[in-house]
Design a protein around this ligand. Structure first.
Ligand code: AKG
Ligand code: FE2
Length: 352
């Protein structure tokens, strides 16, 4: 099987060099070193500075075993390299909470792609699996499909993926909770009662495993792997491979964040920005693959407030996380893009 048979059909034209879509050339940012935080020796001053000036940092000594991330990457790559139709069938057939998506990272709560408005022609060159962690742990084993004999060969792989994901999910949740508590201290945030678990609700934790395909030189100059955005989360934690491509906006400029083995990248999301009264930044970022000869694989964890948690912030009207999520989805559907926090800021022209 050629590699392109494992890509969604809509990607094949772009990866084959024939007629790449005519879109503006995207200039690649300069290299930059982001702040480094050592989780074993957390320095609150460095953490405060990183959250305030950058909204993103590299995490060292995070305690996730290298063997676990390597095995997770291996099994994810193996599942993602199955033929396109197979991936669709397999994930639909096992009726699990896991879902397979491609062409857009904008999904609804059930993991289905949102229909996009105005910019619907912008195909995003990525595919992946969406894994809501809480439903994963309630499934002791993935149900066996009765669909087709072929699937039987892949199901053990899917089951190993589930087991590894669950283990990885526990580590990454532990990291998110300790970082959130440390960040809250740097803000003197009052976390009495249930406030911590309302702001950072472990049960909302979600992991996405992404594959960004190879592409021709021509397309490489033109296509973005993931469009410019901020995350809606409180905290996001990324594990990327060595191929590079993550870029952040600092000031008015784009910069490339180079991969460093066995570290994680933590970025603050919109909810952290709101909770901090805009003291801390939800970093604007995108993925532009540097090396189009290889695929890029990444694993990204997102954690959110409880759905009905009211976000109180002096710069925004009161809103619940559910209100925010519904607004993002409505904007993606009608405008083709997320507006995010400005919708809730009475001083913004985009305020609703
Ligand atoms: O794949 C990556 O490196 C980044 C993914 C990302 O920014 C996201 O999923 O929000
Ligand atoms: Fe992101």
């Amino acid at each position: 099987m050629s590699i392109s048979e494992s890509y969604p059909p809509a990607f094949r034209r772009v990866t084959n060099d024939e007629n790449p879509p005519a879109t503006p050339v995207i200039v690649q940012g300069k290299d930059i070193n982001i702040p480094v935080i050592d989780l074993e020796r957390l320095d609150k001053e460095i953490l405060r500075e990183a959250c305030k000036e950058w909204g993103i940092f590299r995490l060292e000594n995070h305690g996730v075993p290298l063997a676990l991330t390597s095995r997770l990457q291996e099994i994810s790559e193996s599942l993602l390299s199955l033929p396109f139709e197979k991936k669709r069938e397999l994930f639909a057939a096992v009726k699990s909470p896991l879902s397979y998506f491609w062409g857009t990272p904008a999904l609804n709560r059930s993991g289905d792609a949102l229909k996009r408005g105005a910019q619907a022609s912008n195909l995003t060159m990525l595919e992946g699996f969406n894994v809501p962690l809480s439903s994963l742990s309630s499934l002791s084993k993935l149900p066996t499909s009765t669909c087709c004999d072929d699937d039987a060969q892949e199901e053990p792989k899917l089951e190993s993926f589930r087991v590894l994901m669950e283990e990885y999910g526990k580590h990454i949740t532990r990291i998110a909770v300790s970082l959130f508590e440390a960040i809250a201290q740097t803000l003197n945030l009052e976390l009495s009662g249930n406030r911590r678990s309302e702001y950072l609700s472990e049960s909302t934790g979600l992991i996405r495993v992404y594959r960004y395909p190879q592409s021709s030189e021509e397309a490489a100059r033109e296509a973005l792997g993931m469009e410019v955005h901020t995350d809606s989360s409180v905290i996001s934690i990324l594990r990327e491979d060595e191929s590079g491509g993550l870029e952040i906006m600092k000031g008015e400029e784009w910069f490339c964040v180079k991969p460093v083995a066995n570290t994680l990248i933590v970025n603050l999301g919109d909810m952290m920005q709101a909770i901090s009264d805009d003291e801390y930044k939800s970093v604007t970022h995108r993925v532009k693959k540097r090396n189009r000869k290889t695929e890029r694989h990444s694993v990204c964890y997102f954690v959110f407030p409880k759905r009905d948690c009211v976000i109180k912030s002096s710069n925004y009207k009161l809103f619940t996380y559910s209100d925010f999520e519904a607004q993002v989805q409505a904007d993606v559907q009608s405008l083709g893009t997320k507006i995010g926090l400005p919708r809730f800021n009475p001083n913004s022209p985009l305020f609703l």
